[in-house]
Write a new protein. Structure first.
Length: 286
């Protein structure tokens, strides 16, 4: 089995990478979250080739005390990172951005009130210009911002909810009184979902379907989420979650926040090339 995120899955599915599931062998699909299944059907029509696993949002993680020292009250908006006036005041305590072009550019497009799934060149170029305007204030562009945020090397990050939660847990365990928080900005953000599929040439697809059925058991999904603190795609697992996870909006956003989340579609080849070019410019500060 393989567990790609939804936008990569869509491209691979079109290339014939996955075999169709025998859903009669996966009765625990009845426990899946209908909203997540609806989102995944955009990438996997009819939900015929994959099941949901874990998911996350893209937003802003921050050191509560250090931001308040510099900004006082601050907007729960992408402007906190993308407005040069705010970014300049946070330069000394450190800004980090995850090394993921699709997450970063999509966030900037959402901040402008546009749909990143339009894949419009003008939207991407406007997002690139907005990112370039704050590039001088960014300390780190890394695939993993957990340690820098937990250790105090930076005070604000654009990253995934699960990574910020891991940083928050590490800070708590360190016992130094560091308070880390996270939010999806008011303009909205990305939701990424890990899917589980079976390669077309898998030698034992029936065993894979047995394992998928096991992963969809509410008690199993709940135990995984309780351990890694990522939300899962099994709605009937919610009553079995630890209360501090089930009722934590940083992990399980409320309905209003979920309504503002966008699931990214697969990118066309020409749009991908343009995004990669602009990302290289952003990383290098050119």
């Amino acid at each position: 089995m393989v567990t790609p995120s939804e936008n990569y899955f869509e491209r691979q599915l079109k290339a014939g990478v996955y075999r169709a599931l025998d859903t009669a062998r996966i009765p625990n699909l009845s426990h899946a979250d209908p909203d997540i299944m609806r989102r995944l059907a955009v990438h996997d029509p009819g939900n015929r080739h994959a099941i949901p696993y874990m998911w996350a949002t893209t937003g802003i993680g921050y050191n509560v005390d250090r931001l308040r020292e510099r900004l006082g009250e601050f907007p729960r908006s992408w402007a906190l990172l993308l407005d040069p006036n705010h970014a300049a005041r946070l330069e000394d305590c450190g800004i980090a951005i995850t090394d993921s072009p699709i997450d970063v550019f999509s966030s900037a497009i959402i901040a402008a009130g546009r749909d990143p799934n339009r894949h419009a060149t003008e939207d991407l170029m406007q997002a690139s210009a907005r990112l370039q305007a704050v590039r001088r204030y960014v300390r780190l562009i890394e695939p993993n911002v957990i340690a820098p945020l937990a250790n105090g090397d930076v005070c604000i990050v654009l990253s995934w909810s699960g990574d910020v939660e891991m940083a928050r847990q590490r800070a708590v365990q360190a016992g130094k009184g560091t308070s880390i928080d996270y939010f999806v900005p008011q303009e909205g953000g990305l939701m990424s979902v890990d899917m589980v599929g079976i390669p077309a040439d898998a030698p034992h697809p029936r065993n894979a379907e047995l394992w998928m059925n096991y992963l969809l058991r509410p008690d199993v999904a709940a135990s995984i989420t309780n351990y890694i603190r990522y939300p899962n795609g099994v709605i009937d697992s919610l009553p079995l979650l630890a209360p501090d996870i089930a009722h934590d909006p940083r992990i399980y956003p409320d309905a209003r926040t979920r309504a503002r989340l966008v699931t990214a579609a697969a990118l066309p080849a020409d749009y991908t090339r343009l995004m990669n070019r602009e990302w290289t410019r952003f990383r290098t500060g050119e």
